[in-house]
Design a protein around this ligand. Structure first.
Ligand code: GTR
Length: 393
């Protein structure tokens, strides 16, 4: 199949395998049983889709390059930190931009996530350091152009600390990205070839999210139990995978994560496994290619990836015009992950219906909403995220 389908009548794949059903057909019926099933499923996702997230390096040194206490019109502390990492004598670094609300009376919650075009593009602050030119090869955008994707000022006003780093700092988003990626801390240059598909970009990026969480968690201004991971699109796939692997994330927000994120692989709607494995082979394990034409033979679907965050809170967000990411499919997977939250007495009240735009379907610790508009992160998204997090903390 190389055409793209946007007709619901041709989409199929509305029945997704339940993460609660074991390969031998037995059904999980308790939270205790889910714990071991969860480990098994995580491993299956690593083997078939995302590879393993590399370990923490032996040594991390934080270089505070600059701290301002009057950022975002005097509402925030801003820290720009270069994170130096060392492993077996090999070195690597990446840059973090971190905002913290001022005058806190108690440690605050935080949201971490990666950005696409580099830290200066995420903020209105005119003086944020440029990303290292050797790392950010072709995606650098003008300062502030993606400020709405982050809404730092608004989120600071709502009491959240926010931290981000550029995906290309960790793994340049292209075929030969592996060579200068975080994997260079753990592998010899000969192993960092285009063919070595077990070392995926998504796991490298998820590794970066986990490092950001650890750094925030070590700071007394931050409540280490309330650090969320957020991601948009390919970085939404990344956020889901980071949350699946690091249970210290308080919860996860998947924004328009689409194919191999929240959207079911079994549906033929918008982007498919065929398309994604051909366009972005460095994101995934080679094994996924085997299923490009037969997604129904995968031993899981993306509702199981969502379930790997349970019982922690998960919000899945879609946009009406983002058909490439299959908004209805993202809803179907969310609804088909609900059984796992139910094991913990959480989830939706009854069976959720596909909601109208701007009408959140929020259950306990599991939520979905559809925003009017395009593939993006907007101020409306951040309002929904705030509402969901506040209801689930
Ligand atoms: C698209 C890709 C999607 C999505 C998106 C993005 O080109 O096909 O899977 O991840 O990029 O990251 O913006």
């Amino acid at each position: 199949m190389s055409y793209v389908n946007y007709l619901e009548a041709h989409a199929g794949g509305t029945e997704l395998p339940s993460p609660l059903v074991l390969p031998d057909g037995k059904r999980i019926s308790s939270a205790a049983m889910w714990e071991s099933r969860r480990r098994e499923l995580r491993q299956t996702f690593a083997d078939f889709m995302f590879g393993e997230i590399p370990p923490p390096p032996q040594k991390i040194t934080l270089e505070l390059r600059r701290e301002r206490t009057d950022a975002l019109d005097g509402t925030a502390i801003r820290r720009e930190i270069r994170i130096h990492l060392e492993n077996d004598g090999k070195r690597f670094f990446f840059d973090m931009l971190w905002y913290i609300p001022k005058n806190l009376s108690a440690p605050c919650p935080a949201i971490v996530g990666l950005n696409f075009p580099g830290n200066p593009a995420t903020t209105d602050d005119p003086d944020v350091f440029e990303n290292d030119p050797a790392k950010l090869k072709e995606h650098a955008l003008e300062r502030g152009v993606q400020r709405e994707r982050w809404c730092f000022k608004e989120m600071i006003a709502r009491g959240f600390s926010m931290a981000t780093a550029a995906r290309d700092d960790l793994f340049f988003d292209g075929r030969d990205g592996r060579r200068e990626s975080v994997y260079s801390l753990f592998h010899s240059p000969e192993e960092l070839t285009e063919e070595n598909r077990s070392l995926t970009a998504i796991s490298a990026w998820a590794w970066g999210c986990i490092r950001l969480r650890e750094i925030l968690a070590a700071d007394p201004l931050i409540d280490e139990k309330r650090i969320w991971v957020h991601g948009h699109s390919r970085l939404g796939k990344t956020a889901l995978w980071a949350s699946a692997n690091d249970e210290k994330f308080a919860g996860c927000v998947s924004n328009d994560s689409g194919c191999c994120g929240a959207a079911p692989s079994r549906r033929n709607f918008g982007e498919t496994l065929h398309v994604i494995t051909h366009a972005f082979p460095w994101w995934f394990q080679k094994k996924l290619d085997l299923y490009a034409e037969k997604p129904a033979e995968l031993p899981f679907d993306q509702n199981a990836l969502l379930a790997l965050t349970a019982p922690r809170p998960l919000l899945v967000a879609s946009a009406t015009e983002d058909l490439w990411a299959d908004p209805y499919g993202e809803f179907l997977s969310t609804a088909a992950a609900d059984d796992v939250w139910k094991l913990y007495g959480l989830g939706f009240n009854g069976t959720p219906e596909f909601p109208l735009p701007e009408t959140p379907a929020f259950g306990k610790a599991l939520g979905y909403y559809l925003r009017t508009g395009k593939h993006a992160v907007t101020a409306t998204d951040w309002k929904m995220v705030t509402e969901f997090i506040k209801a689930n903390s």
